[in-house]
Each structure stands twice: as structure tokens, then as C-alpha cells.
Write a protein that binds this ligand. Structure first.
Ligand code: HEC
Length: 201
């Protein structure tokens, strides 16, 4: 701004030269930061984690050693829950309760918890036609899994559905599935509901 220009008194009064003003940090911000620090210190002082790095990695040799194949949690073991999630959950639902009138429940189903060979036969070949599950009639299409899942995978998913959703039937081995697969290897069609399956119960 040029200062050599004549200025009116009034104008000078109304436009004081700008100057820097002190701008205190808002109280709320101060309070929040102080509270956060206080909490952090309190947390550090009171939390005694058992993860003291000085103690080192306390995994034992047996934890690190490969589990025998097939043992739960072993690398490469077939995970029944995972297969259920990939192949069955869309119809029978995560809870195993199915969808009333459309997809029958696996929870508490006599087909699931009955003979292991029967459950295996159902999942291997699929079902069409009227099927009664827990007293309710269904008339849908259960796909066949004989070409999609191998014996170990079928055994794992059968074991899963027999032990989840409140069910507590014995686990199923891959050899049992293999036997049922062998027995039905000529079969091309799905089971015809109650008509064929009732007598296998
Ligand atoms: C496309 C939908 C669908 C998929 C996927 C499916 N199911 Fe089913 N499932 C059905 C239907 C529908 C029935 C009833 C068939 C009928 O009414 O004839 C059934 C019946 C059954 C039954 C006998 C009845 C009962 O409720 O106990 C079992 C056991 C079964 N399914 C297990 C499985 C398993 C295990 C899988 C995954 C590997 C699977 N299903 C995948 C639709 C499906």
C-alpha cells in the first residue's frame, strides 16, 4: 500500500493496521489431548501383557512340527466347515435351518443324523421329488456332489453337518464314503425322494 497518499483521518481510524493476535488453543482441544495422554499413561502402567518380548517366542517344537495329515488343524487337512460354506450354505443356510418350504433343514434332520451311508448317499447322488424332513414335505432339487467332491471332502462335510447345528452324530470317514460311492457307481439319477430313500433309513 502506498503510504505517501493523503489519508483522511476518518479512514485511518476505521482501518487500523492489521496485527497478529494471540489465538489460544480451544479449551476443548486441550482437554481432549490431555485426557488422551492421561489415558495412555494409565494404560501403559496398568496393562501387563503376557507378551513381554524379553520372554521370546514361546512356541514349542511340537507346535511348530507338522501335524499328521488328517488331524484337525493340520495343513492340507480337508475342512468340512469350509466345504459347507462353499457348497451347501446357499441353500441350507449357515445355521443349517434351511428355508421353510424350499430348502430342508440339516439341523435335527433324521436324514443327516441317521445312518452315515444314507447321508453319504444323499449328498453323493442328490435328491428330487417329495422328501419329508422333520415332518414337513419338500419338493426341490438337491444337486449331486459325486463329481464335485472327493471321498475325503464328502466325509469332511458330512462330519461337519452331523456335528453342527445342534446335531451330534458320529463322524464319517472317507472309506465309508468310498464304499457308498462304489456301491452306487452305476447310478446316474438323483434319489427319488421318500419313495427311494425311506427304505434305506
Ligand atoms: C441348490 C440348493 C442346494 C444345495 C447347494 C445343497 N442342497 Fe441339500 N437339499 C436341497 C434340497 C432342495 C433338498 C430337498 C430335496 C427334495 O425336496 O427332494 C436337499 C436335501 C438335503 C438333505 C436331505 C434332507 C435334509 O434336510 O436332511 C441333505 C442331508 C442335504 N441336502 C445335504 C446337503 C449338503 C451336505 C450340501 C453341500 C455339500 C447340500 N445339501 C447342498 C438343496 C440344496
Amino acid at each position: 500500500m502506498k503510504t505517501d497518499l493523503p489519508r483522511h483521518d476518518a479512514q485511518q481510524r476505521e482501518n487500523p493496521d492489521p496485527h497478529e493476535q494471540g489465538r489460544p488453543v480451544p479449551k476443548l482441544v486441550l482437554l481432549t489431548v490431555t485426557a488422551a495422554f492421561a489415558w495412555a499413561i494409565y494404560y501403559i502402567l496398568t496393562t501387563q501383557g503376557d507378551d513381554d518380548p524379553a520372554l521370546g517366542d514361546r512356541r514349542t517344537l511340537s507346535t511348530l512340527m507338522a501335524k499328521p495329515a488328517g488331524a484337525p488343524g493340520a495343513a492340507g487337512a480337508v475342512d468340512g466347515a469350509q466345504i459347507y460354506g462353499a457348497q451347501c450354505v446357499a441353500c441350507h443356510q449357515a445355521s443349517g435351518a434351511g428355508l421353510p418350504g424350499v430348502f430342508p433343514p440339516l439341523a435335527g434332520s433324521e436324514w443327516v443324523t441317521g445312518k452315515e451311508a444314507l447321508a453319504a448317499a444323499i449328498v453323493l447322488h442328490g435328491v428330487t421329488g417329495k422328501l419329508t424332513v422333520k415332518g414337513a414335505a419338500y419338493n426341490g432339487q438337491m444337486p449331486a456332489f459325486k463329481d464335485k467332491l472327493n471321498d475325503a471332502e464328502l466325509a469332511a462335510v458330512l462330519t461337519h453337518i452331523r456335528s453342527q447345528f445342534g446335531n451330534s452324530a458320529a463322524s464319517v470317514g472317507a472309506d465309508a464314503v468310498k464304499a457308498v460311492r462304489e456301491e452306487g457307481k452305476e447310478r446316474k439319477d438323483p434319489w427319488n425322494g421318500d419313495e427311494e430313500l425311506e427304505k434305506r433309513k
